[in-house]
Write a protein that binds this ligand. Structure first.
Ligand code: FES
Length: 678
C-alpha cells in the first residue's frame, strides 16, 4: 500500500484504507475488519457480499469518486443478475475491484453482525453474532497417491480457504459426509458451530452451495407452557412462533408438586423428562411446518427455564431442589448435542445451549430476564418482576444486582380462583367498578369494547363471558378496594355494609357479583372471599420477595418497576399498586417488558458473546433464598393487607383514594361499620 494507492472508505463503519489497484472490495473489507458477509469465500455464487458504491463529491470524507472507481460489471455479476436479480446500484464485493478512490456502503443485509431491533417496548437491539455460521468450501478429490480421508481433506479445505483450524465432526456428520461430498461434486456447505472455546464443530452439511437458510429455536420452557421462536440465524428474524402446553401438568400443576411426584414415584422423574422431550419434538415439527422449512435446518436450540424444568429437561432427578439447601446438579450453562436430549425432530448434531441458573430456586429463566433487561447496566435502581406460578425477582443497578424467586402460586394465572380461567377469548381481562352505583363494567379477551358500550353483547355472543383471567382478577380485587367493597384486611362487605345487592352472602362470608349469565345459560361470575384470600397470598409472596431484596440492598424504595412475563404485559400498573403487589413508585415508572425470558433466550441464540456475558453476570448476582430468610415471613404477613399494613404507599395515595372501611365484625361476618374517610 502506498500513498498513491486508491483510498477506500466503507460506510457506515467509517473504516478506510489504501489498496493497490485491482484489489477486490471483499479483500479490502476483510483487511480493514469491515463487517461484510461471505459464505462462498469470494467465488461469486453466494451473493452475501453485496455492496453499494457511491459516486460524486464527498467533502465529509475528502474524496471525489469517479464513475470508474470500481472495475466494470463482470460476467459473474451478470450471471447473478440474470438468475436472481441484484438491487439497482448493488455490486458483488468479491467481483468488483478497486480502480480509484471510492466510498462503499455495506447494506445491513450484507453485514454479518447486523443489528436486529426487538419489537418489544424497549428499543434494545440484538447484534447478530450466532454460534453457527455457513461456510462453502471446495474439497480436493481423493487420490490413490495421497491416501487421506474425506474428512481430513474437508478440514484441509476449511484451513486453506477460511483459515479455520482443528474442525471436528460427530459421527452422524461423518456418516453423511461421503455421499454429500460426491453429490456436490466436491463442493460442500458446512454449518460450523463455534459456541465456546472447544474446537469448531461441523453440525450440518449440504452438497454445493446451501441457500436454504439456517435456523435456531429460542425456547422458554415454563411449568405451564412451552413457547418457542424459530429464528433465522443469518438475519435474526423470528420466522415463526408457537406454544404448547407443558404435558408435565398431568404430574402436578406447580413445581413443588412435580418434585413430590418424582420423590413419591420411582422413575417419576424419567416419566416427566420423557413427556417434556416429546412435547419439544412435537413443537419443533409444528413450528417448522408453520414456517415451511425442513426441521433439518434447525441447527441450534437455546433453552431458558426454572431449575426444576431445567433438571427435568436434562434428565436429572430434581429431588434435591425440593429440600434445603436446594442444590442444583450444576448452576453453569450446559451445552450439548440435541441427540443427548432425544430431540429427534432436530438433526442429531444440532447444538443445545441451556442458560446458567442463578440459584436452586432462581433459574435460567431469571438469568434470561437479566440478559434481556440488563439491571446491572441500569443507572437507577430497577425492580424487575417476572410474574408467573413462581415470581422471579431481580433488583439492581450498575453497582449490584440481587435475585430471588417467590412462590406466588397459580392465582395470578387465574387458577384456584372460583371464576378463574386462563387468558382466552371470553375471559374478563379488565374491569371497572363505579364507586357510587358499585356496578361493574368489563372488557373480555377478543373484543375491544367495554360491556356498557354499544355492540359489546353482539360481539361477544360467540364466545360468551366465560370467566376471569389473571389480569382481570387483579383489576377486580383492586377495583373492589377502590369502590369500598373490600376493606384493607381483604374482607368483602355485606349488601348492607356496601349498599349494593351485588354483595351476596356465601356461607359466613360474602361474594361480589360481576356478571350473571345464568339466564343465557352462561356462568355467574363472582369474586368470592376465597378468591380474595388466594390473591392476597400470591401478592404478599411477590411483595415480600421484593422487600427482602430491598432489605438486602438497604433501601426502602426503588426507582422503577418492570413487569415482565407474558402476563406482566397485561397487568395495569395502577391496579397492581392498589393491590400492593409491587412497591410504591410513580405510576409512570412502572413499565412492561413483555416476555423478557423469551427475549433473553433469543439474544443468547443470536449472539454467542451474550452467552459468555450472562455466564459472567450470573456469577456476580447476589442470590437471596426466600425459603430460609426469617424476614420473609414478617414481610409476607405485613403485605397481606391491601395495599399494605405498614408501608405507607405515598405515591399511590397521591393519585387514588382508598376508602377507609372495615367489615370486620370479630365474628368474621356482617355487621361491620363504615368509618369516616381518613
Ligand atoms: S462472496 Fe459470495 S458472492 Fe461474493
Amino acid at each position: 500500500m502506498t500513498a498513491k494507492d486508491p483510498l477506500v472508505i466503507f460506510t457506515p463503519s467509517g473504516k478506510r484504507g489504501r489498496f493497490p489497484l485491482g484489489t477486490p472490495v471483499l479483500t479490502a473489507a476483510r483487511q480493514l475488519g469491515v463487517d461484510l458477509d461471505s459464505v462462498c469465500g469470494g467465488r461469486g455464487i453466494c451473493s452475501k457480499c453485496q455492496i453499494t458504491p457511491a459516486f460524486g463529491d464527498f467533502p465529509k470524507h475528502g474524496v471525489t469518486v469517479s464513475d470508474t472507481a470500481l472495475s466494470e460489471w463482470n460476467s459473474v455479476e451478470q450471471r447473478y443478475q440474470d438468475k436472481r436479480g441484484l438491487k439497482a446500484g448493488r455490486r458483488l464485493g468479491c467481483q468488483a475491484t478497486v480502480q480509484g478512490d471510492v466510498v462503499i456502503d455495506v447494506p445491513p443485509e450484507s453485514q454479518v453482525h447486523r443489528q436486529v431491533v426487538r419489537k418489544a417496548a424497549s428499543a434494545r437491539v440484538i447484534e447478530m453474532d450466532p454460534a453457527t455460521r455457513l461456510y462453502y468450501v471446495e474439497v480436493q478429490e481423493p487420490d490413490m497417491h495421497e491416501p487421506t480421508g474425506d474428512l481430513e481433506r474437508l478440514r484441509k479445505a476449511l484451513k486453506s480457504q477460511w483459515d479455520i483450524d482443528d474442525v471436528t465432526a460427530d459421527f452422524p456428520i461423518l456418516r453423511r459426509l461421503q455421499p454429500v461430498l460426491r453429490k456436490g461434486n466436491w463442493s460442500v456447505t458446512v454449518a460450523l458451530w463455534k459456541g465456546d472455546d472447544r474446537p469448531p464443530r461441523i453440525t450440518a452439511l449440504w452438497p454445493g452451495l446451501h441457500e436454504g437458510g439456517l435456523f435456531g429455536l429460542a425456547i422458554d420452557l415454563g411449568s405451564t407452557t412451552i413457547a418457542a421462536h424459530l429464528t433465522n440465524l443469518e438475519t435474526g428474524e423470528v420466522t415463526a412462533s408457537s406454544g404448547i402446553m407443558n404435558p408435565q401438568i398431568r404430574f402436578g400443576e406447580d413445581l413443588m408438586s412435580r418434585v413430590s411426584y418424582a420423590m413419591m414415584n420411582p422413575g417419576g422423574d424419567l416419566e416427566m423428562t420423557r413427556a417434556v422431550r416429546e412435547a419439544l419434538n412435537t413443537l419443533a415439527v409444528e413450528i417448522a411446518k408453520d414456517a415451511e422449512i425442513d426441521p433439518s435446518l434447525i441447527v441450534e436450540a437455546v433453552f431458558v427455564c426454572n431449575p426444576v424444568m431445567h433438571h427435568l429437561l436434562l434428565g436429572i432427578d430434581p429431588v434435591e431442589l425440593g429440600q434445603a439447601p436446594f442444590a442444583l446438579a450444576t448452576s453453569n450453562a450446559v451445552a450439548m448435542n440435541a441427540a443427548n436430549l432425544d430431540l429427534a425432530a432436530l438433526p442429531a448434531s444440532a447444538q443445545v445451549y441451556v442458560l446458567p441458573c442463578i440459584a436452586g430456586h432462581v433459574g435460567a429463566d431469571a438469568a434470561a430476564v437479566a440478559l434481556s433487561e440488563e439491571p446491572g447496566k441500569s443507572e437507577d435502581l430497577a425492580l424487575i418482576v417476572d410474574v408467573g406460578t413462581n415470581a422471579e425477582i431481580l433488583l439492581g443497578d450498575k453497582t449490584r444486582v440481587l435475585a430471588c424467586s417467590s412462590p406466588t402460586g397459580p392465582a395470578f394465572e387465574g387458577a384456584q380462583i372460583s371464576s378463574g380461567q386462563r387468558a382466552a377469548p371470553g375471559a374478563i381481562e379488565a374491569i371497572r367498578i363505579d364507586p357510587v352505583s358499585k356496578d361493574a363494567r368489563f372488557r373480555v379477551i377478543g373484543c375491544d369494547k367495554w360491556s356498557d358500550e354499544d355492540g359489546f353483547w353482539e360481539e361477544t355472543a360467540q364466545t360468551g363471558i366465560t370467566g376471569i383471567c389473571g389480569s382481570g382478577i387483579i383489576e377486580a380485587v383492586a377495583e373492589m378496594r377502590l369502590a369500598g367493597l373490600l376493606d384493607p384486611k381483604g374482607l368483602i362487605g355485606s349488601a348492607e355494609q356496601t349498599g349494593t345487592e351485588r354483595c351476596t352472602p356465601e356461607g359466613r362470608t360474602h361474594a361480589y357479583l360481576i356478571h350473571d349469565g345464568t339466564a343465557e345459560g352462561g356462568p355467574r361470575i363472582t369474586v368470592t372471599q376465597g378468591d380474595i384470600r388466594a390473591i392476597q397470598l400470591a401478592k404478599s409472596a411477590l411483595y415480600a420477595g421484593a422487600r427482602l431484596l430491598m432489605d438486602e440492598r438497604g433501601v426502602d424504595k426503588v426507582d422503577r418497576v418492570v413487569l415482565a412475563g407474558a402476563f406482566g404485559a397485561h397487568i395495569s400498573p395502577l391496579h397492581a399498586m392498589v393491590l400492593g403487589m409491587i412497591p410504591d413508585v410513580p405510576l409512570d415508572k412502572v413499565t412492561s417488558a413483555g416476555n423478557a425470558a423469551g427475549t433473553g433466550a433469543r439474544i443468547a441464540l443470536c449472539n454467542v458473546g451474550a452467552r459468555r456475558e450472562i455466564e459472567r453476570v450470573v456469577r456476580e448476582i447476589t442470590k437471596v433464598e426466600t425459603a430460609i430468610e426469617p424476614r420473609f415471613q414478617e414481610h409476607f404477613v405485613n403485605a397481606n393487607a391491601i395495599p399494605h399494613a405498614t408501608d405507607p404507599f405515598p405515591e399511590l395515595h397521591s393519585i387514588a383514594t382508598l376508602p377507609d372501611v372495615s367489615f370486620n365484625t370479630g365474628g368474621g361476618e356482617g355487621g361491620g361499620r363504615r368509618r369516616r374517610r381518613g
